[in-house]
Design a protein around this ligand. Sequence first.
Ligand SMILES: Cc1ncc(COP(=O)(O)O)c(C=O)c1O
Length: 458
Amino acid sequence: MESISISSSSSLLIPHKSLPKSSFSKVLSISMAKAWSEKSWSLKVRSEAAVDPSISPRVNSVKPSKTVAITDLATSLVQSGVPVIRLAAGEPDFDTPEVIAEAGMKAIRDGYTRYTPNAGTQELRQAICHKLKEENGLDYTPDQIVVSNGAKQAIMQAVVAVCSPGDEVLIPAPFWVSYPEMARLADATPVILPTDISDNFLLKPENLASMLNEKSRLLILCSPSNPTGSVYPKELLDQIADIVRKHPRLLVLSDEIYEHIIYQPAKHTSFASLPGMWERTLTVNGFSKAFAMTGWRLGYIAGPKHFVTACGKIQSQFTSGASSISQKAGVAALGLGYAGGETVAKMVKAFQDRRDFLVKSFGELEGVKISKPQGAFYLFLDFSSYYGSEAEGFGIIDGSDSLCRYLLEKAQVALVPGDAFGDDKCIRISYAASLSTLEAAMLKIKEAISQLRSPVAV
Ligand SMILES: Cc1ncc(COP(=O)(O)O)c(C=O)c1O
């Protein structure tokens, strides 16, 4: 309650000018205080209903996540007893390896539970520098690293740090759902560069070249890719670097979070390792995927000190340093050896077996186009030949959204529509699930698809 004084001739219910009329549908409840002075009323105004409901235009420009919507729908179905097979989430189904979890528990037991330096512990940043040198051929010092609460935070901070309002962020599609929204949150403009399944969803250098101008500030590359599993070969990255080199304002954010989940003969190349690219590349990586550490929230950025310090400045006013416990676990993860050693190799082998199973199984479905993924744990399937067909009791399948809703209803399998990733022809299936789960899902998907009636020719 706040006390206000007004003259006895004033109206008691004048809305505050800055508030929209609608806020006053339940107008202020006013209780008059007993106090009376010669010249004024003293009133007690209870203002809990007078809330301005507007949201910042920046946030209003951000799209809500479809991935979250479909996951929520699947979860509510499971809660109401429907046995939905959830293949929508981007998270390994494995537990965090024992030795990593143990390091986290030891940190707690040892009382290593206080704030850490904003940019991350010296121990972890040194371990990251060692990893980047050994595995990626990249030279960084700890002051060129900022550890964050997940790679997601590292990317967001980088976009905010380097983009000015109106700058363009170039994003090859299909893209990870967050990139365009992060650009919008930074008041920058996402510029989508479409790719084609016939090119394994890889960006064509000439398409990139044709879209660059003086506003182009950041190109985001993701290899291995979420959602396609494509891996950029070094030769293609060299061609992209040749174009980037001609544009002094252009930086590259290289999201390498799926680096270790890669299938022979594909090889990972860090963009910053290409001639002349270190100076203009921000390399992002993390622990969530390869080390099955999604809940530990640990990722990092490496780049020229000038840019990375700017990222750290944002973090210092935002979340401060990442969890002390997770950072100890991160040191243990990097201690597993080259590319995570045997521990990670075992998980990668399991992912590869599942990929092979799904590629073969979907290959048996007529009209489905597949680009065999070389990394990550997703399959991005072109189902557009089924669009226009009809399902009894459901209606017309008119795009990836309705196909996923149909498969959720009919097959009880949760997948993510491709339009969330910038390609409505496709749907994404995550194979971070056991082979037996995938086998069960395939049977149900095939059964549901077989019930679709082809579009009637007119
Ligand atoms: C391509 C890509 N980059 C970054 C992230 C963020 O990972 P995290 O914040 O868990 O480290 C994800 C998570 O799904 C991702 O798929």
